[in-house]
Ligand binder design. Sequence first.
Ligand SMILES: Cc1cc2nc3c(=O)[nH]c(=O)nc-3n(C[C@H](O)[C@H](O)[C@H](O)COP(=O)(O)OP(=O)(O)OC[C@H]3O[C@@H](n4cnc5c(N)ncnc54)[C@H](O)[C@@H]3O)c2cc1C
Length: 510
Amino acid sequence: MHDVVIVGAGPVGLFLACELGLAGCSVLVLEREAEPGSPWRADPLGMRGLSAASVGAFYRRGMLRPLLTASGVPEDPGPGAEADEPSPPRSVGHFAGLALDPAEVDLAALPFRLPGPAADGMMTNLAAVETVLSERAAELGVEIRRGVTVSGIAQEDEHVVAYAGEHAHAARWLVGCDGGRSTVRGLAGFEFTGTEPLFTGYVMLATLASPGALKPGIHLTPTGMYIRMAAEGHIGMMDFDGGAFDRSRQPTREHLQAVLRRVSGTDVTLDDVRLVSTFTDRAMQTTLYRRGRVLLAGDAAHIHSPLGGQGLNTGIGDAVNLGWKLAATVHGYAPDGLLDSYTGERSPIAAQVLDWSRAQVAVMRPGPHARALQGVIGDLLGTRGGTTYAFERLSGSWVRHDLGGEQPLVGRDAPDFRLEDGTRLGDLTQDGRGVLLDFSTDRRLRGAATGLEGRLRYAAGAARNDLGLGAVLVRPDGIVAWAGGPDFERGACERAVGRWFGLSGRGGSA
Ligand SMILES: Cc1cc2nc3c(=O)[nH]c(=O)nc-3n(C[C@H](O)[C@H](O)[C@H](O)COP(=O)(O)OP(=O)(O)OC[C@H]3O[C@@H](n4cnc5c(N)ncnc54)[C@H](O)[C@@H]3O)c2cc1C
């Protein structure tokens, strides 16, 4: 009997496995694919953009350097990381194909973006992410069994069983991280609702008779959209057929060429198509993320079009939010309601991500109305306020869980505070514990974590930039649970410690 069985060794399942392993849970991961290394996970097809928020999640666990190495990115953290003032982001990305200029981001409107190794997003690929996470999971004692397809589950009072062929795997909890077509979601009876698609999307690796026929970059056309990416023959396109083609047939070279000619308005010829996959902008999420002893995370809980690169980032956010809460529940010290705060916090985030995706589809539709909208949105996004708004959405810094109270930092990812001795918050979070950062000169919070040392670290000292705060309580997932000004009351902080970390010793429930 394991503490937790995770179905799916994609990036979300593996990140969750690492979080649980770090917190001392016994974890079994069951993965359908017998071997890693599918071409869909390596560059160029597996290329993915990680937001600054996701980079921060790797950084807080000491996995950023391995990820940079595995992704082929130089390990130099950039000129801004050691500075006292933040530098402009290296890139912002796009909204519905409309490029955004990093120089237009208003840094003064982003007071919590402190300089540090994780201040910016990065490009990586699924294979790099999964390699780094699998290696860390193995170090933490997580067992990953490949070539195992889960096809049944049974929930009992005290445990849950995953069935794969003739094998049964029992655990106290089961988490479905098995992707957009999740088997676990269906087996456990989760309700999955949302909107039907407007387009079929295609991504392929092909050989073009005349590569120059397609311009590089993203192009909205009167009949759809196409992208010619940097790698030779790596092409994406959107055909507004109401999603009719997706999953109906295997796309042939002739079909792909016809669609590409139509959406690009060129006479491009495909000599050969090596790999192709289709997707849609169907946008759905489960109403709950937990039913009994079964939980969902990542694409299993929410699906939408890949526009704007949000799926993986949202899934990593799920994994870090769930990991410490489930671990606290397994160990018996979770305060009341902690595990259900996972749905409460993550479901509204996914709902907004789905809307961000829908908004882009609305702007990209062929026709005069969307074309008019493109002009208006383009003008707005070209302003300083518009670029900064889009940057917040794309970097993940917009995410703020409603934890109550008015302090604007509470509910957000903690800035990477740096103490006078050079220690960063990111150095203090690597063992998975929460952090109580006390900037007060009288060390007012000394002893506030006594009895909770296994799950909450106390650290004191003046910060190079304390953002005008006297102390900050950071949850194990990096979210600020409480923050007080220079004259904060110790009692307010202690109440927050009790709310999120429980009383010392074992007790509490799910
Ligand atoms: C073209 C494209 C570009 C994208 N670009 C970005 C981007 O730039 N940024 C971004 O954030 N997101 C992007 N996404 C989305 C991102 O890839 C997904 O959101 C992310 O991979 C989801 O991770 P996951 O672990 O939830 O699911 P998956 O990656 O789908 O992993 C699920 C795992 O579960 C396994 N599995 C499935 N069923 C079973 C079963 N019954 N038993 C056992 N194992 C099972 C699968 O084999 C798989 O390994 C993109 C998606 C596409 C299609």
